[in-house]
Design a protein around this ligand. Structure first.
Ligand code: 6PG
Length: 476
């Protein structure tokens, strides 16, 4: 029993995490259901560090030094439950099981509670950065007990991405907090990808630019406030010419966006907690719309009812779109952080939003320059109710507003869908409104369901006896 840590599941993510650990001087036990994969890792990468290959689950657990730490990197759901049981039944009190897959946080909470009963630590751990990140330095979001972090944390911090010497890994909070934050990270990823998509679509349809020309514009944006990994990726994809057809690659890719579920989880959770994450929700629905061939076919006859574009000042329009993109992206982050705040209150997690922004600055898919400012904002005020309310960001939004409004109006006028641009603007206008039509909704609810309402001028709940002749107001 000499391994510092073990990884079971030698798919590409598990393999790369194991290699990253070995490269950082940790002795890593590795295991896979099909043993040939384990052997292949040693054959191909054995010289990168110390691997201890295990042919069976018994050998794997036996090879771990105590308290044992075993990382699971298998499919979410039933496969994860099965592997947890195989490990747990061979482990002793104080041992630590770490699930680095994209598990649903409520599953993580259930598993953590069950294993705690058995004296084991269960850590739901978000890992972002894809295959390359796993190997070269991901952003890591571990939940679970503080005690388990003492043993596990230093190893994870050593393999994570770093910014100015600081690791992009920290203890997020108890039980499912790590997987929750990773889920919201992915939701924000959906919104971030969608706003870049909306900007591309508008530039293309309004100005008739080619994908390569839009790539050049994006490359320029990527030098400023919008500097991000996803922008970089978009430039690469838009520049790519398809070898087979000679067309831009983006024109031969079927325009139906896939999804593995984390955006939907974020949206579902937000609905349950009553937190408006409109940017993430609309981005998830936009993927759904794109992947609805029957509905899209059925709507073909609605085509060509919008006005033609006639943009007079091309550069001004491009700048407007840039501003709309920035503001909408900011709203999506602001909403995502609000969701984390609400969940922390609901589940009793002590999550530092500043730390979350800090560990997202590198390694993960949503890494972006502006996360430095987000970190600053939450470090200045840990309970900031609204990221867009921070004075730096509020100035940015106010400066973007005229452009944002023009872009949203023009997109509606010309029939170009911009669901996240427009819903984010509606959110902004809603949250800043002095009075909302929610007052009327309360009146309607009271009318048909006696659901009562509160008054602006006195305490208590009230109800109008709508069905009676004199319709008197009574205290409920
Ligand atoms: C990451 C990614 C990763 C994965 C997404 C893709 O942080 O490294 O988010 O988790 O690429 O799950 O999600 P979709 O397939 O749903 O787009």
């Amino acid at each position: 029993s000499s391994a510092d840590i073990g990884v079971t599941g030698m798919g590409v993510m598990g393999k790369n995490l194991a290699r990253n650990l070995a490269r950082h001087g940790h002795k890593v036990a590795i295991h896979n259901r099909t043993a040939s994969r384990t052997e292949a890792v040693v054959a191909e990468h054995g010289e990168e560090g110390t691997f201890i290959p295990a042919g069976s689950m018994d050998d794997f657990v036996a090879s771990l030094s105590s308290p044992r730490v075993a990382i699971i990197m298998v499919q979410a759901g039933a496969a994860t439950d099965a592997v947890i049981e195989e490990l747990a039944s061979r482990m002793d009190e104080g041992d630590i099981i770490v699930d680095c897959g994209n598990a649903l946080f409520s599953d993580t909470r259930r598993r953590e509670a069950a294993l705690r009963e058995r004296g084991l630590h269960f850590v739901g751990c978000g890992v972002s950065g894809g295959e390359e990140g796993a190997l070269l330095g991901p952003s890591i979001m571990p939940g679970g007990s503080v005690e388990s972090y003492k043993r596990l944390g230093p190893m994870l911090e050593s393999i994570s991405a770093h910014v100015d010497g600081e690791p992009c890994c920290t203890h997020v909070g108890a039980d499912g907090a790590g997987h929750f934050v990773k889920m919201v990270h992915n939701g924000i990823e959906y919104a971030d990808m969608q706003v870049i998509g909306e900007a591309y679509d508008l530039l293309r349809r309004a100005l008739g630019l080619t994908p390569a020309e839009i790539a050049d514009i994006f490359a320029e944006w990527n030098e400023g406030d919008l500097d991000s990994y996803l922008m970089e990726v978009s430039v690469e994809v838009l520049r790519r010419v398809d070898a087979r057809s000679g067309k831009p690659l983006v024109d031969v890719i079927v325009d139906a966006a896939g999804q593995k579920g984390t955006g939907a989880w974020t949206t579902q959770t937000a609905l349950t907690l009553g937190v408006p994450v409109t940017g993430i929700g609309e981005a998830t629905f936009a993927r759904g719309l794109s992947s609805s061939p029957v509905q899209r076919e059925g709507a073909r006859e609605f085509a060509a009812e919008a006005a033609d574009w006639d943009v007079q000042d091309r550069d001004a329009f491009i700048e407007d779109v840039r501003q709309a993109l920035y503001a909408s992206k900011l709203v999506a982050y602001s909403q995502g952080f609000n969701l984390i705040q609400a969940a922390a209150a609901e589940y009793g997690w002590d999550i530092s939003l500043g730390d979350m922004a800090r560990i997202w600055r590198a390694g993960c898919i949503i890494r972006a320059r502006f996360l430095g400012e987000v970190t600053r904002a939450y470090e200045a005020n840990a309970d900031l109710p609204l990221l867009i309310g921070d004075s730096y960001f509020h100035h940015k939004v106010v400066a973007a507003l005229p452009s944002w409004r023009r872009v949203v109006s023009l997109s509606a006028l010309h029939g170009v869908p911009a669901p996240v641009f427009s819903s984010s603007l509606s959110y902004y206008d809603g949250v800043r409104s002095d009075r909302l039509p929610a007052a009327l909704i309360q009146g309607q609810r009271d009318y048909f369901g006696a659901h009562t309402y509160k008054r602006v001028d006195s305490e208590g709940s009230f109800h109008v006896l709508w069905a009676t002749e004199d319709r008197k107001e009574v205290e409920a």
